[in-house]
Design a protein around this ligand. Structure first.
Ligand code: GN1
Ligand code: MG
Length: 372
């Protein structure tokens, strides 16, 4: 990512006037974001301005077409259910004077402007079962609303995004090449990744028999991608829709478990802090399934907890690969950051493996309350 992209030209393109505040937000590993106060095209006073990272998302127009299609679908679904505060529950993209939802800067990066949703907080590290339940509810509602979304209207903007076999193959290549002389420092993490190579076969096998439906899913369903009401903690909107694509529900379930099963952050260095807490997973499953339990088919029910193991492993593989490739994909705040992230993921994975039978029993009970 360019270090300090200038938001000025994008503001002009979107017709933003009377800017009274503009500050860069430190969030996300990939895109650059600003909170903006000014007069803009949606008649609102506050916006979120974002520059999509072109190295990660080569097809900016398709990304924004997807976001537009999906937010319009979500809005209709919410209205159909009689939701009153739709503007707090679904993101809204501003349009350029010609109607396009994103602006192409001369350097090849796409910029978009979103209405800011006021009085919210996000949960990057969960601190209570109540928050875990709210995050689960937000994603459960998203999936209930997305269930009727025609997958053919949404482009697969990042093919193979959750192809974990391909992710592992890329790790193996990075290990072979060892361009940055880092393999020696992560021997144990590489072993952790390799020992579970069988994980990569589960989802493709279920998809091949048709047991696992292809749905429109979020693909980055971590806790931090949900807005909760700042006062009540009630679930509002799911944000960061860049990776909305056809895929499997298990990817989202897995990322929810990955990000909510422990209070420790994704890059925790104190490995003893990374403990799996059953009440957090239980709360997340309760919230999620209360909203969309009825849509889950047998394979999605059976693999619910395994999805958490799979996505945690895949994320560990991805961080580890980026570490070996020289930190080209994920922004890092310190040397060894991707290494620490990878090691933390594998520690969390061990916790999930140890807790798997107990967690499966918990989810089994909750699922019984939500027959298809
Ligand atoms: C990336 O940038 P951010 O935080 O939205 C990544 C996800 C990872 C996540 C790990 C497009 O998301 O897949 O799960 O980091 N997004 C992309 O925190 O690769
Ligand atoms: Mg994301």
């Amino acid at each position: 990512m360019t270090d300090a992209p200038d938001p000025g030209p994008a503001l002009d393109a979107f017709g933003v006037t009377r800017v009274t505040g503009l500050h860069r937000l430190i969030r996300g590993h990939i895109n650059a974001s600003w909170e903006l106060d000014g007069d803009g095209p949606l008649g609102s006073r506050r916006y979120l301005l974002q520059r999509l990272n072109p190295l990660v998302f080569p097809d900016g127009p398709a990304v924004h077409r997807n976001i537009l299609t999906v937010t319009q679908h979500l809005r209709r679904a919410a209205e159909h259910e009689g939701v009153v505060d739709v503007d707090r529950r679904v993101l809204r993209l501003a349009r350029l004077p010609g109607g396009a939802p994103a602006w192409l800067a001369p350097d090849g990066a796409w910029w978009r402007l979103l209405r800011f949703i006021e009085h919210t907080r996000t949960v990057t590290e969960v601190t209570s079962p109540a928050d875990a339940e709210s995050v689960g509810r937000a994603f459960g509602t998203l999936h209930r609303w997305l269930a009727g979304c025609d997958g053919s209207t949404v482009t697969e903007t990042l093919p193979g995004f959750h192809d974990s076999a391909a992710r592992l193959a890329r790790l193996e290549q990075a290990v072979r090449e060892d361009r940055h002389d880092r393999v020696a420092q992560v021997g144990e993490a590489i072993r952790d990744a390799r020992e579970r190579r069988g994980f990569a076969e589960v989802v493709p096998a279920l998809a091949a028999t048709g047991a696992l439906p292809r749905r429109v899913v979020h693909n980055d369903a971590k806790a931090g991608n949900v807005l909760l009401d700042a006062s009540t903690g009630a679930p509002l909107a799911v944000i960061d829709l860049d990776t909305v694509m056809p895929g499997t529900l298990l990817s989202d379930v897995g990322d929810l478990i990955r990000s909510l099963a422990t209070r420790a952050p994704e890059d925790e260095r104190g490995l003893d802090q990374i403990t799996v807490e059953r009440p957090l997973v239980e709360a997340l499953a309760r919230g999620f399934l209360a909203e969309c339990g009825g849509i889950l088919v047998a394979a999605e029910r059976e693999q619910f907890i395994f999805a958490g193991l799979l996505l945690t492993w895949e994320q560990g593989v991805r961080f580890l690969t980026d570490y070996l490739e020289g930190d080209r994909y994920y922004a890092v705040q310190r040397p060894g950051h991707n290494r620490d992230r990878a090691i933390a993921q594998f520690r969390l994975l061990q916790g999930l493996e140890a807790e798997r039978p107990a967690l499966e029993a918990i989810v089994h009970h909750i699922l019984a309350e939500h027959p298809r």
